[in-house]
Design a protein around this ligand. Structure first.
Ligand code: SF4
Length: 256
């Protein structure tokens, strides 16, 4: 069987590449849609994209599930961790704890480019003036670099998280890359059950009122019953950092 990496387009206009990748994503979706999450990951990581795929993880409150699932398939799968320089110390400790607990061998800590930080955010307070630009410098641009030679990446997004994610599919096209969302169809109670079944460690801030954890300046506590992501960029219309719009140019917009 031809591997997807040999089929994904490297040349042509952005529109042509997106159309070709969309059709490949539709084929892949058909081939894994009815598999268990584990079997779908085996197919995609070990067969279709062997050596050409990475998991992108924030080591946030629900990250342990996808990290565990991927570690069961292949603990040597690259894990890309965006270290924005603005994360909670608890997140760094949790990353070290989970890495050891799951036996992950290739966690890559990706930093923003020093020259870009010096130019755009010399005082380290850009988050207080232009969150889109800050996310671009500290997350989106470094992520683009980290994914440069890969054909696919794995994300932990789920349909239940927000209206804007309600139609998320397990496999989708993003520019000339395939994005894999293994938890797309999972429900909240499955998340809890999985944590309990495998006794996975919890992010230390979760019990302190943070159901969703990002950068320290842009994450607030959430009251019981509120949308779990409402503590992110609180009181702003921004809902995403932009890494899910890598090839669309929308990352600089306040787009959901
Ligand atoms: S979440 Fe906040 S601090 Fe982190 S990169 Fe975006 S704007 Fe900057």
């Amino acid at each position: 069987m031809l591997k997807a990496s040999t089929l994904l387009p490297k040349e042509g206009s952005a529109r042509e590449r997106l159309e070709t990748t969309k059709s490949r994503a539709a084929e892949l979706l058909d081939s894994v849609r009815n598999l268990s999450t584990h079997d779908a990951l085996v197919r995609l990581i070990e067969d279709e994209f062997k050596g050409r795929v990475a998991l992108v993880s924030s080591f946030g409150t629900e990250s342990a599930i996808l990290l565990h699932l991927v570690a069961q398939v292949n603990p040597n799968t690259p894990v890309i961790f965006m270290d924005t320089g603005k994360l909670f110390g608890e997140t760094h400790r949790y990353r070290r704890q989970l890495t050891e607990f799951l036996g992950l061998t290739d966690v890559r800590q990706i930093l923003p480019e020093e020259a870009k930080v010096s130019e755009k955010d010399p005082k380290g307070i850009l988050w207080n003036q232009d969150t889109d630009m800050c996310c671009w410098v500290r997350k989106v641009e470094p992520m683009n670099r980290a994914l440069d030679d890969l054909d696919a990446w794995i994300s932990g997004r789920k349909r239940f998280q927000s209206v804007t994610r309600a139609k998320l599919e397990l496999v989708e096209a993003e520019g000339s890359r395939i994005k894999i969302n293994p938890l797309a169809y999972w429900e909240r109670d499955e998340i809890t059950a999985y944590f309990n079944k495998y006794n996975l460690p919890r992010h230390p801030l979760e019990a302190d009122g943070y159901p969703s954890v990002g950068c320290m300046p842009c994450t607030d506590r959430v009251e019981p019953g509120e949308d779990p992501r409402s503590g992110r960029w609180k009181n702003q219309d921004k809902t995403e950092c932009g890494i899910h719009f890598l090839d669309t140019g929308a990352a600089r917009n306040k787009t959901a």
